[in-house]
Ligand binder design. Structure first.
Ligand code: GRF
Length: 197
């Protein structure tokens, strides 16, 4: 069975990347994780990738004079690996519209809120400050509007009276690890089926 060649981009812990790698261990899963790329040398996820036999690359944005030069290096790395799908997983660099449009419909992101609520950072703190009763996570296609692309999947969690950003964040993260592999599977299946048309 053909599987969609997928790169996971990280900047840190990489727990969502690990969820994708673990899902892709199943032979029937429609995506294969062909590389993990980090823009930060100290991203803990790089070690996991290397230990699991997945090419792990560092493309340090600080080594490039401009955002365009960084993105050109990233793009060259992904094209060299014949990547078809990009999964952003805690990747903390804003990408330009030019880069995003060249991967149109083929790049997804996991965000820790029920979009369109709480785009951007500190989502758990903001949900608690608002007294939200329900919170959650979303997987969306990446478009030039930050956290604004079409939503593929969402999962809700309750907000409990004694929640802190940490306890709420942990409840959301559990759902992230569940829905991100599902969402990648949906996109990968679509891309594979496009080959046949
Ligand atoms: C996750 O909460 C994800 O939703 C957000 O950044 C965090 C990354 O965590 N985009 P991890 O690196 O996947 O553990």
């Amino acid at each position: 069975m053909r599987r969609a060649r997928t790169a996971v981009l990280i900047s840190g812990r990489g727990s969502n990347m690990m969820a994708l790698v673990n899902a892709a261990r199943e032979a029937a899963y429609p995506a294969e994780i062909v590389c993990v790329v980090s823009n930060k040398a100290d991203a803990r996820g790089l070690e996991f990738a290397a230990a699991n036999g997945i090419p792990a690359r560092l493309i340090d944005h600080k080594a490039y004079a401009t955002r365009d030069a960084f993105e050109a290096a990233l793009d060259a790395c992904l094209r060299a690996m014949k990547v078809e799908v990009i999964a952003l997983a805690g990747f903390m660099r804003v990408l330009t519209a030019g880069f995003i449009s060249s991967w149109d419909g083929r790049m997804i992101n996991i965000h820790p809120s029920l979009l369109p609520a709480y785009k951007g950072l500190h989502t758990h703190e903001r949900a608690l400050a608002d007294g939200a009763k329900v919170h959650g996570c979303s997987v969306h296609l990446v478009t030039p509007e930050l956290d604004g692309g079409p939503i593929l999947l969402q999962a809700e969690v309750p907000v409990l009276a004694d929640d802190t950003p940490e306890t709420l964040g942990a409840r959301v993260l559990e759902q992230e690890h569940r829905i991100y592999p599902q969402a990648l599977s949906l996109l990968a299946t679509r891309i594979i089926s496009e080959d046949k048309t």
